[in-house]
Design a protein around this ligand. Sequence first.
Ligand code: 1WB
Ligand code: MN
Length: 343
Amino acid sequence: MRRIATEEAFSIPEVAQALRQVARGPSSSLDKLLVRGIYDAQPGAGGYGSLNFLDGLIDIEDRRLREMDECGVDMHLLSLTAPGVQMFDADTATELAALANDRLAEVCQRHPTRFAGLASFAPQAPKRAAKEMERAIRTLKLNGFILNSHTNGEYLDDPKYWPVLEAAEALDGCIYIHPRAASDGLKGPLQDYAMDSAMWGYGVETGTHVVRMMAAGVFDRFPKLKICIGHMGEAIPFWIWRIDFMNSRAQTIERAPSTKLTMAEYFQRNFVITTSGVEDHLALDFAIRKLGADHVMWAIDYPYQPTRPAIAFMDSAPVSEADRAKLYHLNAERIFHIAPLRS
Ligand code: 1WB
Ligand code: MN
């Protein structure tokens, strides 16, 4: 069974260096905690630094490939790790996104059956982002796009990002909306008890992002836009009935924009999810029954999650072999335009 893991993080030294600068700068972003820990760790200080994620992010063809071989992972769909280029000024972000895409494309070309890649772009400069998105697909042959949730507190429902959505739709490139720490407007009570990141804050931030997009009517303007979200759908599958019911009520009392389709219909039509970081068979079963086996893909979340348990989770999932093949590779091949293996 071919195993394609679909939310696998990497970085390049230049982006890591720029994040180190951000960690030392005046930014009020809640991401600073994590960025400081990963990119500017003080020896012996404990915390995120002690997990040594940085080596796992930077090293693609040596340690990572060896671990993939040892564990039986055929392919990583790579994406520049959160917060991507979204904490930088527009020029730096545009430049570093292009550089990261170049490096990513080189790795994918050297190992076409082992690596595929989601292209970065700088939403800070939407028109230039759209050009880079086109280059990433047409020239670099990358497989879709990565976005790390908000940009300076703004979300993809803002019309300023229409050039980005237009490009993604026209290029048939799925945008993977990956978490980053909550925006300044959302971060208040998420700052205590380590709730800022993967425990809770990431899901709140990313879930809020996609509900904004659906409620704003983004998918009426861009009906073919495909969005992927990780972490078993950032709790949206579980919430969708209530989102749907309350949105239609809010539309009748004019507090929500009227939309052509219901929230549940957009979620079914425009979204796919991955299993990253949620190794719970009951949650998987629910997601598959709710969305269909064509809409769920396997992911590890390397290097933040260990590989072997992610494989054990999917190998032992109570699904038919036909569905397991969809989760492990067929859906990823279709959605991210990854060439099937010749048999
Ligand atoms: C963690 C997870 C940290 C992710 C991250 O930093 C990212 C974590 C950028 O588990 O602490 C992730 O990609 O899910
Ligand atoms: Mn991740």
